[in-house]
Design a protein around this ligand. Sequence first.
Ligand code: GCW
Length: 711
Amino acid sequence: MTITRRDFMAAGALGTVGLCVTGHLTGQVLEARDLPPEDGYRLWLRYAPPAPAMAARYRAAVRQVIVEGYTPTSQIVRTEAGNALASMLQAAVPTSQTGLNAGALVIGTPANSPAIRSLGWTRELDALGAEGYIIRPATIGGHAVIAIASQGELGALYGTFHFLRLMATGQPIGALNQRERPKVMLRMINHWDNLNGTIERGYAGASLWKWNDLPGTLDPRYTDYARVMASIGLNGAVINNVNVNVPNLPIFSAEYLPKVAALASVWRPYGIRMYLSVNFSSPVTIGGMKTADPLDPGVAAWWRTKADEIYALMPDFGGFLVKANSEGQPGPKDYGRTHAEGANVLADALAPHKGNVIWRAFVYDDDIDPDRAKRAYIEFTRLDGKFKPNVLVQVKNGPIDFQPREPFHPLFGGMKHTPVLAEVQATQEYMGQAKHLVYLGTMWEEFLQSDTWAKGKGSTVAKAIEGAVEPYSVTGFVSVTNPGQDRNWCGHHFSQANWYAAGRLAWNPELKADQIAEEWIRMTFTNDPAPVATIRDLMMRSREIYLNYTMPLGLHHLIGGNHYAPMPQNSGGPRRDWTAVYYHQASTEGIGFDRSSKGDNYVGQYFPPVRDMFDNLATCPETYLLFFHRLPWTYRLKNGQTLWNGLVSHYNQGVRDAEAMRATWQSLAGAIDPQRHKEVADRLDIQVKDAAAWRDQILTYFQQFSKMDRV
Ligand code: GCW
């Protein structure tokens, strides 16, 4: 059988590419305009054939796949490797459990594979743990092979995806010596999915979880999802919205838990653990009790019984995520108890099953402090040391709420005894949603490489969440991602990159945004060096471009309730701290929020060198200027411009760059398959229009205070 390049590209669901082919395309250079349409469903797992010369080298190096294990995970490894190789090499690669020959790719663990055991690597593998792996040339039974070895089956799966990524990105595989282990234990995504199929802040269609059909009918997309997650090393997901409002309560019921368990059983062999968001007053709302007071013994017993019920269905259940006393959600403070007392009652219920409580620090009760940015730190540092060992506190990257730019949250480095995990947001709630091309790898690198100075220089946020600043017993990195039923999962093809980057950074928070972008481009679009470089440059600049036309110089929260369009005036929301005026404080005197030591001293929540750096106008990076300082319109920026003129320049630059981004993308027509090229181009049209609208609306609004011309 021969297949054409068109067949390859048009192949259906993830994982069905493993066709048996001859070398039909060998040596053939495709005209770019012949590229067949792709719809983005396969994300970065397209396994497109590499350039012919590289394909020939790969074909010589990998002539067989041997996976001796027989569990579902080993079966997945075998299928993944076999299908991916057939697709990339354009030739069937024999894939089996036995019959090892020279040129084999041998994948397994010392426990499930005599061939791997014979390598004598057990001690080295033990040091890398059950999720770590080695990829290295080796000799087995006198045959030269490439071995992917791990102490655990999931490590073998991760190693397989790593190896396939190297091939899919056109890397040499001849002399590999890869030793990897994840730097973070809980590598998760949070879904904000409601039971009625909608997704809060989801921009890619309806929820992936088909509750009416579960548990009996399992959508094949659940498997594709698990595969995508595992491919970037993610190992957990919270499937439901942290806002567990009344219509979402049934997820905790005897009717829904078996549905959840059915999903968990699909994910299990891929190493994805199931977690649930829970409503703190569940003992009342579902249990029919009179109170959810965490210190009430009946309440504690109710949580224990519920945990036992869940673990009977899912022995590897991960635990609970809780948004308590925040934005209308119930919590322990309703009963005069602390967040620690609330978290601990759940922790006690989960502890016998080795489950965790992930307690969100996204709280901002206004009786704590007039400045929303200060509130969570005040509440949570008071409680440091009071949480049970299986409680983690989940902290958003910045102190407000996923703004395009915020300084890192001072709780990173600020909690000595309580594990803090980071929450970032891949769903672009405040970043153009699924309409604007904004790559967030750069934003997360900036966040992760921020130095907290908690234990002197080098105590970066990344090190803190890795447990390398304080020795946390459990570590985590979470992204709110919200894929949906849109064919391409994420709405915007480039939003896929944010899911990808979140997974890669969860595995290793030290990775660089440009490396991640390049991997993603090569797997998602093309390995041709020129377009790769062009797209990488576009992605690397995209967040700064977005900042320029929306919220430059440390401005934040200039949006209305849809968190998309500009809304610099009060939007009339129910809370003062949901309105833009509260944050920018523009008046004829100037603009900005004075969080310096002369203002409300938010800066005091940082360790001294960081505090002083932000506090002092001479050292405060201008990217954060108006987040920390309130300044007259005539204030001179470092380049000599007045603050007003500087603002105008940033907005103009942003609009020009958005236009340039569109032109650059247009120049890639022919290098990118037509459907995806057009879909991105259409969105860039929207982005360019929006950029101008942002500039005009914000500057017109501020001009009434600055009373200066727009130059
Ligand atoms: O950013 C805000 C969102 C809410 C969200 C909340 C949170 C799930 O606008 O939609 O609620 O944050 O993180 O809890």
